[in-house]
Design a protein around this ligand. Structure first.
Ligand code: FHN
Length: 423
């Protein structure tokens, strides 16, 4: 009974920046980028960063990849600057993914980017410096339980019964978390992932460790055992309804996180914009991924898509950042979506139209303007001939053929008042 009650508790990071952020950049990068979805002529048909596990590559073979890792095109500054241009408010970088390879100069495992590669430079530090330069929040993904390199780390779909998980935690997980949280400045969040057999006590130890070193560092939902400070949805899964509290949707631009040379199933920019607005409208943050190539180059297609998305985000930033979840409006609009702030209802318009027409909203509307250039718009409120309350906002002529823009309706009341459908 008690457990049920706990699980219903609203998640609260107590960090205003996270509540306001709405859009972040996930970066999956590790040795798996070298394989790019293919090992010894065999291709994985799953997410590329899982190739070691899915194609059963022995540890002794996989770890040899480190000697080839030399990402001469890697440019942390360029990535962070781009994220800033795309309107993103935080970056989460895979410091150690399930493969077990540390992308920083770890003191407790030589299986790391400084000691085991010809490149020899600390990637995490480069992100830290670039994020400081561009005033960007930086968080670290850390695979706490799955570690396919450490003999005592968990491995999904394998027999873990003989492992000494405690030994792994003390030898690698806890010391590495300590390194990340003491040597790399203010860590915005630790993005734990796949807790597997981690007990509630062990998850609590991780939380306590994080909080003892950096009290403001947020712990992601995937810490497991309901100890996360926000809810992380399933990958690419969007809650159907508005959801209370702090939450985030981790999502891909194509069908993989780590780089896969054969995955060309890119979502188009308009789809990404609609997903962003939908998630924001329901109260969440969208953590959208790029998977750099082994050279450090960010796939051109990712940049092209995000450049387009960034235009919308920047033009309409007022209607995105700092918005709150919208309650349930009686209608699903096939041409747009709603976001809101106190006294403001934003209508995101995705299809061309002459005017923005909404019905069954009972607020007193005091003004309307185009979000992009703050141009005031004429509006009227009335009753339709069917008997519904109606708001009509006239769009200017130069907008008749436009799509992907937003309109703000100023309301006397703090929140929208949605009426039920009657009759
Ligand atoms: O197994 C990982 C996967 O590789 C990727 O990192 C995603 C991102 O949310 N998390 C796990 C699966 O949910």
């Amino acid at each position: 009974m008690k457990k049920k009650k706990e699980s219903k508790k609203m998640k609260d990071t107590k960090q205003q920046w996270f509540k306001d952020a709405k859009f972040g950049l996930f970066i999956h990068w590790g040795l798996y980028a070298l394989l790019a979805g293919e090992y010894n002529g065999r291709k994985t048909d799953r997410i590329a960063e899982w190739i070691m596990n899915d194609l059963d590559i022995p540890v002794e073979e996989y770890e040899k990849l480190a000697s080839q890792f030399n990402p001469v095109e890697f440019d942390a500054e360029m990535i962070v600057r781009k994220a800033k241009e795309w309107g993103m408010k935080y970056i989460v970088f895979t410091s150690k993914h399930h493969e077990g390879f540390a992308m920083w100069d770890s003191k407790c495992s030589d299986y790391n980017v400084v000691k085991a590669t010809p490149y020899g430079r600390d990637i995490v530090r480069q992100f830290r410096e670039a994020c400081d330069k561009y005033d960007m929040k930086l968080g670290f993904y850390y695979s706490q339980a799955q570690d396919w390199h450490d003999p005592d780390g968990y491995i999904h779909r394998k027999d873990n019964s003989k492992k000494n998980y405690r030994a792994y935690l003390e030898r690698k997980c806890f010391p590495q978390l300590r390194e990340l949280l003491t040597e790399y400045g203010d860590v915005a969040l630790i993005w734990f992932d796949t807790p597997m057999g981690t007990t509630k006590e062990e998850s609590q130890e991780m939380v306590d460790l994080v909080k003892s070193l950096q009290p403001n560092c947020i712990v992601s939902g995937r810490i497991g055992n309901e100890l996360g400070e926000y809810m992380t949805t399933g990958d690419n899964f969007i809650p159907r309804l508005p959801y209370e509290g702090d939450w985030e949707v981790p999502a891909t631009l194509n069908d993989t996180w780590g780089f896969n040379k054969d995955d060309h199933k890119w979502k188009d920019p308009e789809e990404i914009i609609r997903l962003l607005v939908k998630i924001n409208s329901r109260g969440g943050n969208y953590l959208l991924n790029i998977g750099p190539e082994a050279s450090g180059h960010v796939p051109d297609e990712s940049v092209r898509i995000l450049d387009e998305v960034g235009k919308y985000v920047n033009e309409n930033e007022e209607a995105i950042f700092g918005t709150k979840r919208v309650g349930i409006y009686a209608y699903e609009l096939d041409w747009g979506m709603l976001t809101r702030k106190d006294h403001k209802l934003y209508v995101h318009v995705f299809k061309p139209r002459r005017r923005v027409e909404l019905i069954n909203i009972a607020n007193k509307i005091t003004g309307a303007y185009l979000v992009a250039d703050k141009r005031e718009l004429e509006f009227k409120t009335s009753m339709t001939c069917e008997g519904n309350s109606a708001i009509d906002v006239e769009l200017p002529e130069d907008y008749f053929d436009r799509k992907y823009f937003s309109v703000c309706l100023e309301m006397e009341e703090e929140e929208p008042i949605f009426e039920p459908i009657i009759g």
